[in-house]
Design a protein around this ligand. Structure first.
Ligand code: NAD
Length: 247
């Protein structure tokens, strides 16, 4: 599954799942561009991986409209979350989530396809979620954005097929990232229960396997999707949710 000679771009690549994917792709020989709002962390990881950093705020979508990318593997990973009931949901927060998690991926795919079509090979990997396939209360913006990303991924698959470009989604349940770790502490305090019980009693109720997904597990799937072995896999959505979507 060598990725020697391939150039990859990972958005939100400085932390969490993105950092694990960046590391996995680099371990397999790809030159990785770590694109992140946190330029310092992106620089640090890129130096460690022998790749390069792109300090970018992907919410500034106007700046992406004239972009041309020369990457062979595009990983749309950057994402944020905000939880609130619909009637109280801040409209600007809703728009921000669509901008970062739908509009920016569209513009990056748009920027990358000409190079991929020229080379007759490309991989678009979209970090969706079980929430691209299932809903949860209080996550209207996130669930809407992830469902939209599923649509974008499938259209990219259809248009890219004759050019050797595949496009797929990865759909994890809860993954052990800094964001989720912090939620565990907060939930333990809010519910007055030990941190060890938060997973089973609060966060993992829908997952049949009662543990968090590890970022390295998501990275392993992303690396396979990026490989030549996955050349016939396109327009698909691969769950890694411990059985959540089996319900
Ligand atoms: N953690 C989970 O449980 C989980 C589950 C399913 C899907 N996902 C998805 O996986 C992706 C990564 O999640 P994570 O948990 O690793 O998140 P994270 O918060 O740990 O990391 C996100 C990264 O994105 C960067 N980022 C945020 N806003 C940005 C912006 N405007 N421009 C550029 N970079 C920006 C952050 O700086 C950070 O490095 C997201 O799309 C998320 O929706 C996460």
């Amino acid at each position: 599954m060598s990725l020697d000679g391939r150039k990859a771009l990972v958005t939100g690549g400085a932390a969490g799942i993105g950092a694990a994917v960046a590391r996995g792709l680099a371990d397999r020989g790809a030159h990785v561009v770590v694109a992140d709002l946190d330029g310092g962390a992106a620089e640090k990881l890129a130096a460690d991986l022998g790749g390069s950093a792109w300090a970018v705020d992907l919410l500034d979508t106007a700046a992406l409209e004239d972009l041309r990318l020369d990457c062979d593997i595009l990983v749309n990973n950057a994402g944020i979350q905000k939880v609130a009931p619909i009637q109280e949901y801040d409209p600007e927060a809703f728009r921000r989530i669509q901008r970062l998690m739908v509009e920016a991926p569209f513009l990056l795919v748009r920027a990358a396809l000409p190079h991929m079509y020229e080379r007759g090979w490309g991989r678009v990997i979209n970090l969706s979620s079980v929430h691209g396939l299932r809903a949860s209360a209080f996550k209207s913006a996130y669930v809407t954005a992830k469902h939209a990303l599923e649509g974008l991924s499938k259209v990219t698959a259809l248009e890219g097929a004759e050019h050797g470009v595949t496009s797929n989604c990865i759909n994890p349940g809860y993954v052990r990232t800094a964001l989720v770790e912090k939620q565990i502490k907060d939930q333990a305090q809010t519910h007055g229960i030990p941190e060890s019980e938060v997973l089973e009693k609060v966060m993992l109720t829908e997952m049949a396997i009662k543990r968090l997904v590890e970022p390295s597990e998501v990275a392993s799937l992303a690396c396979w999707l990026a490989s030549d072995d996955a050349g016939m896999v396109t327009g698909a959505s691969y769950t890694m949710d411990g059985g959540w979507s089996a319900r």
